[in-house]
Design a protein around this ligand. Structure first.
Ligand SMILES: [Fe+2]
Length: 184
């Protein structure tokens, strides 16, 4: 079993979380060439707005899913990101964020087409993240709350790595962020 680092950040309020997202506009993405960390989150949220238009919390989970990048080893960023947003955005958003690496491993194990579409960076990080799931791990994943939406987030994640793609900016997500935070 891979040892996990302790989560190091938990945002105290929505303003702090939004400030962090703005900072991500100045960082090169760890997952794709030619885009920033914020671009990647915005593209992921835009994908989910198209594929899950009635699930605002899932869209917001897509926006913030990599908020832990730069705070920890890449191997631990799913758990660190989940803990960072839990207090402000709630249990469901945190659960979806926390499942996005396990969802990748599930899809790699169960969907050959998905494996073929992984970016080179995503392939490289797969081994450090634990690689394929065993049969019992696949069954355990399918028993978790929100597992189907976690797969939607993961597929959006893979599609959110396009340099120059024009998607709505962070300002357009502020009302949705406020609504999800208000529902916590
Ligand atoms: Fe991502």
């Amino acid at each position: 079993m891979t040892e996990r680092l302790e989560p190091s950040v938990a945002y105290a309020d929505l303003d702090s979380l939004i400030a962090r997202l703005n900072t991500m506009a100045t960082w090169v993405s760890a997952e794709a060439d030619g885009i920033t960390e914020l671009d990647h989150g915005l593209q992921c949220a835009a994908e989910l707005a198209a594929t899950a238009p009635d699930d605002e919390a899932l869209q917001i989970a897509g926006l913030v899913h990599d908020i832990g990048h730069g705070l920890c080893h890449i191997r631990d960023h799913d758990v660190v990101s989940a803990e960072a947003v839990r207090g402000v955005l709630g249990e469901r958003v945190a659960a979806l964020v926390g499942l996005h690496v396990l969802a990748k491993r599930y899809l790699v194990t169960t969907d050959p087409d998905y494996r073929a579409r992984l970016s080179p960076i995503s392939v490289a990080s797969l081994a450090a993240q634990g690689g394929d799931l065993s049969e019992s791990e696949v069954q355990a994943f399918e028993a978790r709350d929100h597992w189907r939406e976690a797969l939607m987030l993961r597929r959006a994640d893979e599609s959110a790595k396009v340099a120059g793609r024009d998607v709505p900016g962070l300002d357009s997500w502020l009302p949705a962020l406020a609504r999800v935070a208000a529902g916590v």
